[in-house]
Design a binder for this molecule. Structure first.
Ligand code: IFM
Length: 438
């Protein structure tokens, strides 16, 4: 199954139209000097038909998108906004008309501001808020949507939003970060059960981001730092979701540093988090080399002691398809999900239109080709990878980095909103056609 993905805040725009309430990203965009805001984004809300036609032209089997929670529940809970729901009805019907399978993500980072005002994900009640929202979506769309992703990238939400202050809600506190992470995972488990309850043939999972890490040297301190980084970045999420509970070494480390509120993890919580899922969504972009002192950094200074032949994307991320293959094998061996779907993989390169009218993004094609090869090779080694989504369909708002970081298969000229299929879109179309013709 070949697809492309987007998320609501990154493409929809229309931030205050059709009865939509404000989200934490609207607040951040309007209170901080952000490079760009999502107020208009790709204006997808007003250009739905055009974008559906482009998806049809690329020929994808599946499209994953997220729902803007506050379009549907402007206050986060309570009254449902029918205009907002109608937009997603049209999107889903338009996909089905074109034989494109909808993959719906419930949460891609845009928490209702009203819920943030009550503590957001750090408040245990967020589990109930999210379950209510998931149930509204299930009841309205479950007849047509079978593929559900509860939460996208819980590490990013918890850490960049609550520890590094870079993403909404812009906080800087360890206990809040671990509380948010815990409630996000519980919310995932609870929503999974709620969807299953009423959508009998539902395919439910979550999208976990990962950062494979290697020690920068063979020194004991670099090896220990890498183990800690892996606990902080990967195991803290994969272990509980797949029934292993939180990793003991990290629980002890966080407790010793006074970061883990002793009352946070209560009896039954880990069982809820481990509610069985149908697939593990995996988001992979890059790998890192960790030296002592870098065990809790998002983007360590850079690959120490190696000279990567494949270079970096414009996000400054190392291109490392081999690490993707190794991580797929690891997911299969260590956590054994029934099925794995690569829910995000892609690269930021800024190649734009040239006088012949095309966008010749050769570096993106090379990146995608190498990573799809890695997936193929993992499958040949027995890893059950059942789908692959390119991030992203359109050049969109790359959060705090704004519109200059372009991940799309489709070029978007933001001032005019003109769309142009890049060479990578035609390349992907060919690849899909070759696969579907056997
Ligand atoms: O654009 C983001 C997306 O929203 C979440 N995963 C990573 C992408 C690239 O940074």
């Amino acid at each position: 199954m070949w697809g492309v993905g987007t998320s609501a805040y990154q493409i929809e725009g229309a931030w205050n139209e059709g009865g939509k309430g404000p989200s934490i990203w609207d607040t951040m965009a309007h209170t901080l000097p952000m490079v760009d805001t999502g107020d208009v984004a790709c204006d997808h809300y007003h250009r739905l038909e055009e974008d559906l036609d482009l998806l049809g032209e690329i020929g994808v089997d599946a499209y994953h998108f997220s729902i803007a929670w506050t379009r549907v529940l402007p206050e986060g809970t309570g009254e449902v906004n029918q205009t907002g729901l109608a937009f997603y009805d049209r999107l889903i019907d338009g996909l089905l008309d074109r034989d494109i399978e909808p993959w719906l993500t419930l949460y891609h980072w845009d928490l209702p501001q009203t819920l943030q005002d009550q503590g957001g994900w750090a408040n245990r009640r967020s589990v109930d808020w999210f379950t209510e929202y998931a149930s509204v979506m299930r009841d309205r769309l479950g007849d047509r949507v079978k593929n559900w992703i509860t939460i996208n990238e819980p590490w990013v939400i918890a850490t960049l939003g609550h520890l590094e202050g870079l993403f909404a809600p812009g906080l800087n506190d360890w206990p809040t970060t671990l509380a948010a992470a815990h409630h996000l995972l519980m919310a995932h488990g609870s929503a999974t059960a709620a969807i299953r309850e009423k959508v009998s043939d539902a395919n439910v999972g979550l999208s976990l981001d990962c950062r494979p890490a290697e020690p920068a040297s063979e020194s004991a301190s670099d090896i220990a730092a890498t183990r800690h980084f892996d606990g902080f970045r990967n195991r803290w999420y994969f272990d509980p979701v797949f029934g292993k509970g939180y990793p003991q070494d990290m629980v002890e480390a966080y407790q010793a540093l006074g970061r883990l509120d002793p009352g946070l993890i209560r009896p039954g919580d880990e069982e809820l988090i481990a509610t069985p899922i149908d697939f593990c969504g995996l988001n992979y972009y890059t790998s890192v080399r960790i030296a002592a002192g870098e065990e809790e950094q998002d983007n360590p200074e850079g690959p120490v002691g190696i000279n990567p032949p494949s270079g970096f994307t414009e996000m400054g991320w190392l291109v490392d398809p081999d690490a993707m293959e190794r991580f797929l094998l690891r997911v299969h061996q260590e956590w054994s999900p029934k099925s794995i779907v690569v829910t995000e993989n892609g690269a930021s390169y800024s190649d734009g239109p040239v006088p012949d009218g095309g966008v010749h993004d050769r570096r993106r094609i090379k990146y995608l080709d190498a990573h799809i090869d890695a997936v193929r090779s993992a499958r040949d080694r027995g890893v059950p990878v059942d789908g692959y989504f390119v991030w992203s369909f359109l050049d969109n708002l790359e959060w705090r980095a704004g519109y200059s970081q372009r991940f799309g298969l489709v070029w978007v000229d933001h001032p005019t909103q003109q769309r142009i299929l890049k060479d990578s879109a035609y390349w992907y179309k060919d690849l899909i056609e070759r696969y579907s013709s056997g």
